[in-house]
Design a protein around this ligand. Sequence first.
Ligand SMILES: [Mn+2]
Length: 271
Amino acid sequence: MLYTHKTFEYEHPLKEADIAVLGVPFSSTETGHSVKYGPLFIREAISNLPGRDPETKTNIFEKYGFCDLGDISVVPGNWVLTEKAIMETIHEVLEENPKILPVLLGGEHLITLAAVKLLAEHHGNMTIIDFDAHRDLMPEWMGEKHSHITWAYHALKNPKISLMQLGCRSWSNGELEPFKERVKESLDKISGPVYITVDMDVFDPSAAPEVGTPEPLGMKPEEFFPLLKRACKNKLVGMDIVECASQTVNTQTAVLAANVFKKTLAYMVKQ
Ligand SMILES: [Mn+2]
């Protein structure tokens, strides 16, 4: 008998698992608290979660086989190498197991750009459902093209990618106008593969205080989860939970992030 502790009680081999968890501890363009330890503390919170979800009457740890692949080796300060590492890693994972759902734990929001670029190569046209206080549609920030507030702009340069945003309540002059036709705000008109990204700052700071860029007047969990449930009716091909700036264990934000993970998988229809 091995008395050892892992993220999931039963870790499945990559080839047989349904869900692959990858930490992405990249935090290079943050202007607030570091989000480097997001994967560490969200993982810790996930490992302490009971799997049963009373609302859906499912236990995610019975419904799915999990495989925690550890953290991607990001290169602090270097997006080019980090993007390459994220894309190649997800590519390898899908080569081994084309049906697996990659779940990324960030890390700053820029990591979404690498994931959606790679997944659009695999799945073709897809929609990003982005829960975020911010639009992240700036072409650059302080002269830097690739940052946590420009990722969505660069994602939309790919004609295969559409964007739907929920919870946005803070953006800059002119940020949305060029994309008005391409950025949707209704969950009812989506078809085809979907990638869900949850920036923890979509929540009100009273529910998720430790985030990279807090914004007041955000969603309460009871407002967020019904929207997540509707988003999960689509064919999910990947997801991430980003911008968790927790610096210690069992913070409100990391525990809520772990519950976003659990609820998404409870709501998702197993493909
Ligand atoms: Mn944000």
